[in-house]
Design a protein around this ligand. Structure first.
Ligand code: SF4
Length: 480
């Protein structure tokens, strides 16, 4: 297929960027992309649509009131057509424009990950190690989808929605942090503390976790403070978008006024999806990502939290063998924070980072520490303590060399590998590193003990062993 790059398209004006500054955008261009987005949403959400479209593309598109030429878009929905498309054939302009929009959305994620970098050196180094660990643990595609936001704050305790697949296994709704004058004061002080500890990257935090943000009737007030203090209107993901249509429309309006990012509606049934398409125009939904969780949608669920429990209970019922190996293979996560998880109802804080859901961490994130606080100043002390206790800059002589449990080793001829369930790490470019790694892997020794042994037995200078061990530590392969 002949195509031109996004950069070339931008130069000629055929392609325009749509995320970021909304003020000077070309309305016709937005309308085109919005119509394609709506068509693709229907394709993802609705099995019947996927089954009938190939039989009568124009008739079915008309029936669903989609303002699009399905033949012009065939490359987006007909995989066989895509596979057989002649390499020299031109790609329709609208397909290229939509493709550019999707690339922009993916790059935007990368941008958020970069903006969320904390100023505190130990926190910054720790987060970097978590990012590398998750790339190793999950592989590139999943690893790249995690933004490692610096914090999430729950403004309720539990969630009223009760999705069967909830990846963080939210409990029943049992408390709400209202915007009373005392609470509002504490809220603003908490945000100031997070800003002090994290710096400008704190703007990439958000205000929900195992909660539906719209369970809190004062949610928007909290967001206005967030924007005033941290400089960004935080993203909302809600499964209750249709509970109060006027409220949801006002929230989108507020987000637009404050230059917010893309918001997200999680849709549990096809009926909900239909209603969203009915109540919101394609242009209104340009700033909304629809996450289709209904049975008719394509794609699966992350096997963490309740989805994981559900799968295991079905397996048990079917008398399938339940083993830790199977557990490791189907683990997953929806977690995206490497930093602090706060709950404003019980005034708790945890230090967390995403991982494959397993028996130890069934919710798909590790909890390194947790505490409760009564005041913002107590929270500040706790955060500093967590950083001090869990975020060394380097591996010390007394530290045990404890490799991540998901890693296995393999020797093939002259080469030594470390294998996660998703990635094979090869070190053949650095023979000395291979030697240190092979000597360290699976041994119950400290960094200092290993360095002394290798110096004595193999003549490897102590400093060299420590250098390589630290390199592996910075890659997130060694637990701390
Ligand atoms: S997935 Fe979201 S909306 Fe559903 S129960 Fe969990 S927290 Fe609530």
């Amino acid at each position: 297929m002949t195509t031109i790059s996004i950069e070339e398209g931008l130069k000629t004006g055929e392609i325009k960027l749509l995320l970021g500054d909304q003020k000077n955008l070309d309305r016709d261009y937005i309308a085109t992309i919005a119509a394609i987005k709506r068509f693709m949403e229907r394709w993802s959400a609705d099995r019947q649509f996927r089954e009938t479209l190939p039989l009568d593309p124009y008739g079915v598109t008309r029936q669903y009131k989609l303002d699009i030429d399905p033949e012009e878009m065939r490359l987006l929905w007909d995989m066989e057509f895509l596979e057989n498309y002649h390499p020299d054939a031109a790609i329709p302009l609208k397909v290229r424009q939509y493709d550019a929009y999707i690339s922009e959305c993916l790059q935007y994620r990368e941008k958020i990950r970069e903006q969320a970098v904390p100023i505190e050196p130990r926190l910054r180094a720790w987060r970097k190690r978590q990012i590398r660990r998750t790339f190793s643990e999950f592989g590139f595609e999943k690893g790249d989808s995690i933004v490692h936001a610096p914090f999430a704050i729950e403004l309720s305790k539990g969630c009223s929605v009760g999705c069967w697949f909830c990846g963080v296994a939210a409990q029943r709704l049992e408390g709400i942090f209202y915007y009373s004058s005392d609470n509002a004061r504490l809220w603003r002080e908490v945000l100031e503390v997070l800003k002090k500890v994290i710096g400008s990257g704190a703007s990439e935090g958000f205000c929900y976790w195992a909660t539906d943000p719209l369970d809190n009737p004062d949610y928007e007030q909290f967001l206005i403070d967030f924007h005033a203090i941290l400089g960004k209107f935080p993203q909302t993901t809600t499964a209750s978008a249709m509970r109060n249509l006027e409220r949801t429309k006002n929230l989108l309006k507020l987000s637009k006024e404050k230059n917010g990012d893309v918001e997200r509606f999680s849709l549990l049934t096809l009926k909900d999806f239909d209603r969203v398409h009915q109540e919101f125009s394609a242009e209104e939904l340009m700033s909304v990502e629809l996450i289709c969780q209904n049975d008719e949608a394509s794609g699966g669920k992350a096997f963490a939290g309740r989805a994981r429990e559900e799968r295991f209970s079905k397996r048990m019922k079917a008398s399938e063998q339940f083993s830790s190996t199977a557990d490791a293979q189907i683990g997953n996560t929806i977690a995206c924070v490497s930093g602090f998880l706060l709950n404003m109802v019980d005034l708790s804080v945890k230090l967390i980072s995403p991982c494959n859901a397993d028996e130890t961490w069934p919710l798909g994130y590790r909890i390194y520490d947790q505490a409760t606080f009564n005041t913002a100043s107590e929270l500040h002390t706790i955060l500093k303590q967590m950083i001090k206790n869990h975020m060394p800059m380097t591996l010390g002589l007394q530290d045990p060399i404890s490799f991540r449990p998901d890693l296995e080793s393999e020797r093939l001829e002259d080469d030594f590998y470390l294998l996660s369930p998703s990635v094979k790490h090869c070190f053949s470019d650095t023979p000395q590193l291979q030697k240190v790694l092979e000597s360290a892997f699976g041994k119950n020794v400290t960094a200092g003990e290993l360095a002394l042994t290798l110096e004595r037995e193999q003549g490897i200078p102590l400093s060299e062993t420590l250098y390589y061990l630290n390199a592996v530590f910075q890659e997130g392969m060694i637990n701390t």
